[in-house]
Every structure is written in structure tokens, then in C-alpha cells.
Design a protein. Structure first.
Length: 344
């Protein structure tokens, strides 16, 4: 009769003994695999790695306390902290959680699902009470890890009804649609969408999808372009210069974010091109500088702070800290606003 796989209460994860059993080695060898891998043969390391992947094993970094003990830590992973659009979400999370004596453990993945997977593994080693993720696109290994957890997992900045976790955000497809309809309503027809150029910026791809579907519905030809550089200001300027040099340039550029749109506006000033008379410019995010640009930027304003605040409330409700009525529903589509300014 097979021994049952031992799980840690609270996280529902396997132990070092389960890894050792599956890898046909000792628990000491598994411990050395993490601490002193050179003391473990390559063959044994390969078996341990395979067992870790099969079991979704997470090394317990908080092992100094009781195995079943969890602190008052909530882990949150965002693409970047240098971008104010996510900084406000972090603030909403932190402020709301701290009111109930929970602390926020924060990390970034720089738009890499592989990095996100590593961060999730590292976070789980600290036995968090909940996890907050940005978006709903993860690696297969991350999906396996999440599926085995017995703690709340909240996905933010998107709305995917088919996902098994609470969703707090908005439809990026809808934002792409609404900006395209706005530009069309202003009389623009040669509308080009400028993608971020960051491979794992899945939400920018969703906005592009909304743009493309709407252009086709309007009987117009969609065109999606990317910059060859990733620095947003440089990328926006580069694309603007290239597009305006075409024999038939676009009459409107819809950028994946306000940073890129700002780069386009700066480049237009350098080239002596008038916005919006010669080409309209629109963005996404409504960053603090967007209304200060010359001309002020037409963009999509999203509820950055509220996403974090409501995610924290959803966690607190699931942890029994607040009444059910104080938390958002499992699927919480939030309102966004199209801000019409002088650039379009």
C-alpha cells in the first residue's frame, strides 16, 4: 500500500520527504540540492528536479517556525514598480491590508512569465496568507502551483470570466474598442495601433485585439506596428518618425501606453509636425504627466488605486477579517474612462 503524500496544512503543498521518496534519494540529498548542489551528483540532481516539478514542491523559507504556522503576509507580484500605473495599485493594496495588520510582500516580474514563476515559488516559501497576481496569463508551471494552493489567489488588472480565481479589473479588449470608436467618431480613418513591443505584455495585446476587431467591423484595415526598442519614450518617438515618413502616413496613432504616446508627442515637436492636425495621438493609462503634455494627451483612465483596494478587500473577506458584504464579487469589472484631450 502506497504511503499518502504528506501536505503542509494551509498551503496544500508537498514536503521534502515527498520529493526524496519520488526522486529515490534521501531528504538530506534534497536539502543539499538547494543549499550545496555541487555535493549532489548530476544524476541525483536531475531526479530531484523532476520530482520537484511533478509535485510542485515549494521550499519552506519560514521553516524556523511551526510548519503549519502562517504569518500575516500577503504576496503581490506586479510587472514593474517604476511605472506609476502599478504603484497606485500597490498603494491601494498596502493601505487596505495594513488596516487589518497584514503586511505586503512585493516583487516584480518585468513582464516575464518565467520570472513570475520563480517569484511565485519564492513567495510560497514564506507561507503567505494570500497571493495577488497581475493579469491572468501565467506559465504552465505557475498554473500548476496555483491550482494546488489552499490560500486565496486574486488576479487583477484584467477580467477573464473563465478563470478559477477572483478577477478585479476591466476588459482591455473593451478599452481598445472604445478608443478606436472614439477616433473613428472624430473623423480619423487611417488609425494605426502601436504595440508596446514587450513580449509578455499580454494586456497590451488584448487592447490591440479590441482595436483590430473594431477596425474590421468599421470596414477599415487594421494595422499593428511595434518599435524595435523597448524604452517607452524612445519607442514612441521612433514609431512616430517612421510612420510619418510613409508615403501615406496614418492620421491617428493609438499607443499601447501613455509613455509611448508622450515619446511620439516629443518627436512631433522635434520634427515640426502638428498634433492633431497632421496626426492624432492617443494613449492608455492617464499617467500624471499626460494632461501636462503639449498638446494634452487623449487616453484611457483606469481605476489603478481601486484595483488594489478591492483586491485587498477580497482577500480580507476570504480570510474572515471582514464581512462578505464588504468585499467585491468574485468577478468585479471596474469602470474606466476615456479622457478626450487636445491630442485627438
Amino acid at each position: 500500500m502506497n504511503d499518502p503524500v504528506r501536505k503542509r496544512r494551509g498551503l496544500g503543498r508537498s514536503t521534502v520527504f515527498d520529493v526524496a521518496k519520488l526522486a529515490q534519494t534521501s531528504a538530506i540529498s534534497v536539502s543539499r540540492y538547494f543549499k550545496e548542489p555541487d555535493r549532489v551528483s548530476q544524476e541525483t540532481r536531475d531526479r530531484i528536479k523532476s520530482a520537484i516539478d511533478q509535485l510542485g514542491y515549494i521550499r519552506n523559507e519560514a521553516a524556523g517556525g511551526l510548519a503549519s504556522t502562517q504569518g500575516r503576509i500577503v504576496g503581490a507580484i506586479v510587472p514593474s514598480v517604476s511605472n506609476s500605473i502599478f504603484a497606485e495599485t500597490i498603494q491601494g493594496l498596502s493601505t487596505t491590508l495594513s488596516q487589518h495588520n497584514y503586511q505586503l510582500l512585493l516583487a516584480t516580474h518585468d513582464y516575464s512569465i518565467e520570472t513570475e514563476e520563480k517569484v511565485v515559488r519564492a513567495f510560497l516559501g514564506w507561507s503567505p496568507r494570500a497571493l495577488v497576481l497581475t493579469g491572468a496569463d501565467h506559465s504552465a508551471a505557475t498554473e500548476t502551483l496555483l491550482a494546488g494552493l489552499q490560500i486565496p489567489v486574486i488576479e487583477t488588472w484584467d477580467i477573464r470570466p473563465e478563470r478559477p480565481y477572483p478577477q478585479i479589473g476591466f476588459s482591455h479588449i473593451a478599452t481598445g474598442r472604445d478608443m478606436t470608436l472614439y477616433l473613428h467618431g472624430r473623423g480619423y480613418r487611417r488609425i494605426v495601433y502601436v504595440d508596446s513591443g514587450i513580449g509578455s505584455d499580454f494586456r497590451a495585446r488584448k487592447r490591440a485585439q479590441g482595436y483590430e476587431e473594431t477596425m474590421r467591423q468599421l470596414g477599415l484595415r487594421p494595422e499593428i506596428v511595434q518599435a524595435s526598442v523597448t524604452a517607452p519614450l524612445d519607442a514612441g518617438g521612433q514609431v512616430f518618425s517612421e510612420q510619418m515618413a510613409r508615403a501615406e502616413p496614418p492620421d491617428a496613432l493609438f499607443f499601447a501606453n501613455d509613455n509611448m504616446a508622450a515619446g511620439a508627442i516629443y518627436e512631433a515637436a522635434r520634427l515640426g509636425i502638428r498634433i492633431p492636425e497632421q496626426c492624432a495621438v492617443a494613449g492608455f493609462g492617464d499617467f500624471p504627466f499626460s494632461e501636462k503634455l503639449m498638446p494634452a494627451l487623449t487616453t484611457i483612465r483606469v481605476p489603478r488605486y481601486d484595483i488594489g483596494r478591492l483586491a485587498a478587500q477580497a482577500i480580507l473577506q476570504r480570510l474572515g477579517e471582514v464581512d462578505e458584504g464588504a468585499a467585491p464579487p468574485a468577478l468585479a469589472p471596474l469602470a474606466y474612462e476615456l479622457i478626450a484631450r487636445a491630442s485627438a
